[in-house]
Write a protein that binds this ligand. Structure first.
Ligand code: PMT
Length: 222
């Protein structure tokens, strides 16, 4: 049906930040509020999909009809995504995953000393690249790219590198776009280049447009 384009489809969405502990009272993270991913979950349910939302720590209520799996660390997000991945038709990665974690996690609180504190970081798991490698041909993979410059070039490079079918790029330096805001300004790319550039819209409206596009892409494949 035209108004329920994802009817009968299973969709996995990641949202929010991940947190990487430094010690029992401190962590490394980012400004993601989860609003973009949660809006996508709502729009996907409205479009008829069965939705699993893998969520980092955010203060948003679970949208009606959504199965939510809470995670904190990047490793936990990866485990949850890999567990659910084989069952879904679509995966949308709107989460802002912490790219680095402390090499050593302290088990007790570090006291403020007089000297500097050099924190050594190591890379976390790249969940998107792993999904790109493992996904079956019938699964549609949609990534996000948060960029501050060379948005088109970097987003398209990410799409290729991570094996994505679509990438939603937001220039997070623009007012009303990116982290924490109720609105977003996005451009969607596929392997052939720009698919559409949306004006500033509420995250719910952006989500509806992305879900509609996903519905069209799934239709074309059948
Ligand atoms: O949550 P909000 O406050 O509403 O903000 C929305 C948002 C800005 C977080 C969202 O629109 C967005 O852009 N999400 C992706 C942010 C991001 O981490 O982009 P990236 O360019 O660093 O990563 C690219 C892709 O790889 C993303 O799909 C990300 O989920 C994935 N990734 C990144 C690193 C990593 N270790 N594993 C990953 O899977």
């Amino acid at each position: 049906q035209a108004d329920r384009p994802l009817s009968g489809k299973k969709v996995l969405i990641t949202a929010g930040p991940t947190q990487e502990p430094i010690d029992p009272v401190r962590y490394i993270s980012n400004y993601s509020s989860g609003k973009m991913g949660y809006a996508l979950a709502e729009a996907a349910v409205a479009a008829g999909a069965e939705v699993t939302l893998v969520s980092g720590p955010v203060s948003l209520p679970t949208p009606d009809g959504v199965t939510r799996i809470d995670v904190v660390r990047t490793r936990e997000m990866k485990e949850a995504v890999m567990r659910v991945l084989p069952e879904v038709d679509v995966i949308i990665k709107a989460a802002a995953v912490a790219d680095y974690r402390p090499k050593v996690e302290l088990t007790s609180k570090r006291k403020k000393g007089t000297s500097e504190w050099m924190l050594e970081l190591e890379k976390t798991e790249d969940i998107a690249s792993e999904v790109g490698k493992r996904k079956a041909p019938h699964q549609l993979f949609v990534g996000f790219a948060a960029e501050t410059d060379n948005v088109a070039e970097y987003a398209q490079a990410k799409l290729e590198r991570k094996g994505q079918d679509l990438v939603v790029a937001n220039d997070v330096t623009q007012p009303g776009a990116g982290f924490g805001t109720d609105t977003n300004i996005v451009t969607v790319y596929d392997r052939h280049g720009e698919v559409c550039a949306l004006p500033r819209l509420s995250k719910r409206e952006v989500a509806e447009r992305i879900i509609q596009l996903i519905g069209e892409r799934l239709n074309e494949r059948q």
